[in-house]
Design a protein around this ligand. Structure first.
Ligand code: NAD
Length: 337
């Protein structure tokens, strides 16, 4: 069975392509390489022995999207990762984010809307919950007003998909990721941030290897055990596997609603200092870091209640934060060579 994976050369997409191929699916990747490298194809192939079909298409180009679906008339299963994801940049360039994350989604859905049957998996984010009142956060936690255009594109994306599913033959699963980290155990694919990393783990590994002087820890006066913010770090391979399970659920028509929502996290909250300690342990070195003032917009804690994904999808995480840090460190050492 053929699956379209948009953004399939990116961090989470590439790991998902591997899992899909290993489960026997035929994968077609669409990516415009705006935040990824063509070398990732080679990395995927070295793990699975199969080169996925790749088309360099910018999903903001409606004509190209239409032509793609005319060529691949049998494509009705889509996992949609392609998006811009830097929260800070989205504040500076809101229209770029609305164009990339919303127009692309609309063009894809327009191609699926008249199919006799279609399945759609969407990369959403725990950012939709904002600072939730109750921890751990379950799927019924209220959606909070978005604090960034990026976050808004995820909320709007969920609504656009839900509205579309209501009036078409398309079913969808919205996956709300917590904080994906780590790399594949083969060390053939991993995260490839362009420029200064926005996320904690690549910043830690780049500091560990000497590319950055030191890590700034934004605030140690939060109401947490060690004063630093708490997040839920999920190994990217565990996350990738959840996509395969979710897709199979739709293909096998096991879904209970046209649109279902699942949190994907480890269910464990880890503080910034605990992540640093995990890195220091697996790399056997001290990390250069300093505590600085709080950063605007950071929430104190967010970690997932994963009961729904565990029970309904029958999925659970298998890898720990230490596994993730060890794989991320191995990957950093490889790419710096
Ligand atoms: P990524 O940047 O590594 O991957 C996204 C891929 O999409 C890249 O390869 C990029 O080149 C491609 N792309 C972007 N715009 C495109 C376009 N117009 N046409 C074709 N290709 C395009 O990001 P990721 O970390 O793998 O994230 C994947 C998805 O998960 C995104 O939707 C992101 O918002 C979401 N998400 C990520 C995180 C995270 O922390 N990484 C957390 C929550 C949600």
């Amino acid at each position: 069975m053929k699956i379209l994976v948009t953004g399939g050369l990116g961090f989470i997409g590439s790991h998902t392509v591997v899992e899909l191929q290993q489960e026997g699916f035929e994968v077609i990747i669409v990516d415009n390489l705006s935040n990824s490298s063509i070398d990732v194809l080679q990395g995927i192939q070295s793990i699975t022995g199969k080169e996925p079909i790749f088309e360099n298409i910018d999903l903001r180009n409606k004509v190209e999207v239409q032509a793609f679906f005319k060529k691949h008339t049998d494509l009705s299963n889509v996992i949609h990762f392609a998006a811009s994801k830097a929260v800070g940049e989205s504040v500076e360039k809101p229209l770029d984010y609305y164009e990339n994350n919303i127009s692309s989604l609309v063009y894809l859905l327009q191609e699926l809307q008249n199919k006799p049957e279609a399945n759609f998996i969407f990369s959403s984010s725990c950012t939709v919950y904002g600072q939730a009142e109750k921890m751990p956060i379950d799927e019924n936690s209220p959606i909070q007003p978005a604090v960034s255009p990026y976050g808004n594109t995820k909320q709007m994306g969920e609504e656009i998909i839900t509205d579309t599913a209501k009036v078409t033959n398309m079913s969808a699963i919205l996956l709300r990721y917590f904080n994906p980290v780590g790399a594949h155990s083969s060390n053939a694919i991993g995260e490839l941030p362009l420029g200064v990393p926005q996320n904690l783990v690549p910043f830690i590994t780049q500091t560990g290897i000497g590319l950055r002087k030191e890590l700034s820890v934004y605030g140690a006066d939060y109401d947490t055990a060690d004063g630093t913010c708490i997040r839920d770090y999920i190994h990217v391979v565990d996350l990738a596997k959840a996509h395969v399970v979710a897709l199979k659920r739709l293909i096998d028509k096991k879904n209970k609603d046209k649109v279902e929502v699942f949190n994907l996290g480890s269910g464990v909250g880890s503080s910034v200092l605990e992540v640093i300690q995990a890195f220091e342990k697996v790399s056997d070195q001290k990390l250069a870091y300093k505590i600085v003032d709080r950063r605007e917009g950071d929430i104190t804690r967010a970690y997932a209640n994963t009961d729904k994904a565990n029970k309904v999808l029958g999925w659970k995480t298998e890898l720990s934060l230490e596994d993730a840090m060890a794989s991320a460190w191995k990957w950093e050492q490889k790419i710096r060579k």
